[in-house]
Structures are given as C-alpha cells and as structure tokens.
Design a protein around this ligand. Structure first.
Ligand SMILES: [Zn+2]
Ligand SMILES: [Zn+2]
Length: 311
C-alpha cells in the first residue's frame, strides 16, 4: 500500500528560480490529494509527472503563495473535460475568498467543485482507511494545518500458533484474522486473540502550512512518520519569524521532537536564503532527535515513500 509524497513547491512567499510556491502532492493507493496550490502548481505537476487526478485539495490559508495556482489548475482540468468532482477544503470563514479564485476562471468548470470549510479538530475528509484532519495553526490569516492519519491495521496473524492449536489451513485462518472465533471439528473454540497480535499503527503525515510553532501541531498525529513544517527563516531572522507568524528551522525541529516525528521536511524557505540550505539544516539538526539526515530541506520535485513503521 504505497504512500508517496511529492514536494511540488517548497518556496516561501516569493518563488525563486529553483523553488515554486507551496504545493504538496500525496498519492495513496490510487487516490491523489493536493495540499496547497501556489502559483504554477499545474506546471510542477506536469514536470514531476503526478497527473491531474486529484480528488481533494486542502488549502491551509488564503495567502497568494498557497492558492494562486488554483484558477490555472482548474482551468486545465476543465480543458481536459474532467467530470469527477473536486472538493476544496479551506479554513472556516474563507469560503467566499476561495469562491473568488474559482470564479477567476471566467466560466463554470466542466466538473463540480465543492467547497468544505474546516476548523480545528474537524475531519475534513474520511476515506476508507484513513482520514485527513484539520488542526489549528498560528498565522496572520485564518489558517489550519492538515494531518493525514491512517487507521490501525490488523495485528499480525501467527500461522504457526494457529496450526499448533489445530486450526486447519484455509478459510478459518482468515476468519480468525478478521476477528471471529472459530470452532474446530473436536468442538474446541479458538479465539482471535490467541493467534492475532495487537493492531499495528498506520502511517501519518502532518503538514502545517505557514505557522508559528503551535501546540496543535504536536497533537495533530501520534508520532507522525513525516512532519512537513514551516521553516521560513534561520536563527538570524528569528525575530522576523515571530513578527510575520512563521517559524525558524530550529523551532520546526523542536515541534518535530515534541510530536515524536520520524522525519522532518523544512518547507517554505524565504527567498533571502535562495540557493542556501546550510543554516536551516545545521540548526534543525542540532535539535532534531531523530537521525540527522531525516531532517531535510526537500527540493522541488523530490518524492518520498512513507513505509509502514514496522516494515
Ligand atoms: Zn506562505
Ligand atoms: Zn501565509
């Protein structure tokens, strides 16, 4: 069950020649999700081969560098005669602004566009095996972050133990794994907890969008496999980070530790650091409790597979 994250845009408010404004593409078992869509997102999707079959777009806030790609993306979907609906999740109180962006196409798209307002703690989207939850962030706009959290998986089936207990290989194995007791020919009853281990946690990805360090990020998911955090500035501009409601790389790493994140992607680097990631990396890694290389600054187009924790 692959879970793949592609960083389409990793720039701060002003793009650079190497970095596009914010957009993150997530593919999970045939389903495609997009988080933010800064200007030029559709071209990044072409460049990095993600395709346009996105079913849900999750907007963290309505600053231009996170949403100006929406009209162009919708227009291309329209030219492609898309029919499948697109749901756009957006912070509470921003429906009208978001509608303005959709209306910027000048014509009604060929497919339904649904707008869903979300606030802290809301489940924005419930899928079969996971959900995407919104959580409060601390920025100078109505804003939320998003956590994609998979459901627990079934525990491991102990085949050897089942055979020892006399369960015949076959449908009774799957029944037990599904959580049902089975009766053997001699009348003995075998219960699932005799042969099935504890449920295993699924995977989780947390994306903050623009924010100061915020407590809700820590609570958004239990030990996420990947935290994608605002790291607009390095220590030299820590004052500026606080003033403009952003974070430093060091602060992002502190939040990653508190959340128990395995990996930390430092995003939204200010254009003043164009071409340089050394300060961000060094300062984040001074703090980050995980493996040093797991705190990183993604390049545009970089893709990451998220494995199951115990694989
Ligand atoms: Zn931004
Ligand atoms: Zn912003």
């Amino acid at each position: 069950m692959p879970l793949r994250v592609t960083f389409l845009g990793t720039a701060g408010a002003i793009p650079t020649t190497e970095r596009n404004p914010s957009a993150i593409f997530v593919a999970r078992e045939g389903e495609e999700l997009l988080f933010d869509a800064g200007e030029g997102t559709q071209r990044q999707m072409m460049r990095f081969g993600t395709g346009f079959s996105v079913s849900h777009l999750f907007v963290t806030h309505l600053h231009g560098d996170h949403v100006l790609g929406i009209p162009g993306l919708l227009q291309t979907m329209d030219f492609n005669d898309r029919e499948e609906p697109l749901t756009i999740h957006t912070p509470s109180g921003t429906r009208r602004e978001l509608k303005g962006l959709v209306n910027a196409l000048g014509n009604r798209p060929s497919f339904p566009v649904r707008i869903n307002e979300v606030g802290d703690g809301d489940v924005a989207y419930r899928a079969d095996e996971y959900e995407v939850r919104a959580f409060a962030t601390d920025h100078d706009a109505r804003s939320v972050g998003y956590a994609l959290v998979e459901d627990d998986r079934k525990g491991r089936f102990d085949r050897e133990r089942a055979e020892e207990l006399g369960v015949p290989v076959g449908p009774k194995f799957s029944k037990l794994h599904e959580g049902e007791s089975v009766e053997l020919e001699d009348g003995t009853v075998v219960d699932p907890d005799q042969v099935v281990g504890d449920p295993r946690p699924g995977r989780a990805i947390v994306y903050t969008g623009d924010t100061r360090p915020a407590a809700a990020t820590v609570e958004a998911a239990d030990e996420p496999d990947l935290l994608i955090h605002d790291a607009t500035f390095a220590d030299d501009r820590a004052d500026r980070a606080a003033e403009t409601a952003h974070s430093t790389a060091r602060q992002a790493a502190e939040i990653a530790n508190r959340a128990g994140a395995d990996r930390l992607a430092l995003m939204h680097l200010s254009s003043r650091y164009a071409g340089r990631t050394d300060a961000h990396l060094e300062q984040a890694r001074e703090v980050f409790a995980g493996d040093e290389t797991d705190a990183f600054v993604p390049d545009d187009g970089q893709a990451l597979e998220i494995p199951f924790p115990d694989d």
